[in-house]
Design a protein around this ligand. Structure first.
Ligand SMILES: [Zn+2]
Ligand SMILES: [Zn+2]
Ligand SMILES: [Zn+2]
Length: 149
């Protein structure tokens, strides 16, 4: 039974993280922290790193916080939550930063239905160079219409 709760907590965390990513992107990154996200839409420097990467650091700290709660306060659910946040961050980095934006030259030729849909949806987001009026703020959960050709 404990294993079932563990898996449910992990899956729920992963789904909540997609919501958090969408919410943070729409209301924080395109809101009061636009100064950190701006260089992801319009690169103004030569560094491989973007100021936008600060958001990864933020969620890494949250994830570590849950690990510590599990380790030192005996909060069992801290472990699946911590791993869930980490797994989401990793999936986000692989799909968004590697596959779509090619920060490492990998998966360039991925051509399955999901790869095509997720890339199409995110390219819609990047059509807007400014802070206002964006679309497709989510990442891994792609609206159904982007799977149709
Ligand atoms: Zn954006
Ligand atoms: Zn920058
Ligand atoms: Zn992007």
């Amino acid at each position: 039974m404990q294993t079932l709760y563990w898996i449910l907590a992990f899956i729920l965390t992963f789904c909540i993280m997609e919501f958090m990513a969408w919410f943070t992107h729409k209301y924080v990154m395109h809101g009061f922290l636009w100064s950190l996200h701006k260089d992801h839409h319009k690169k103004d420097h030569d560094s491989w790193f973007e100021r936008n990467d600060a958001f990864f650091i933020f969620y890494a700290v949250v994830s570590i916080g849950f690990f510590l709660l599990w380790r030192y306060n005996g909060l069992w659910v801290g472990l699946p939550i911590g791993i869930g946040i980490f797994a989401y961050g990793l999936a986000y980095f692989i799909v968004h930063d590697i596959f779509i934006h090619q920060r490492f030259k990998l998966f360039r030729n991925a051509n399955n239905i999901y790869a095509k849909g997720v890339r199409r949806a995110h390219k819609m987001h990047h059509k807007h160079l400014g802070k206002e009026k964006g679309e497709c703020f989510g990442m891994l959960f792609v609206p159904f219409k982007y799977f149709k050709k």
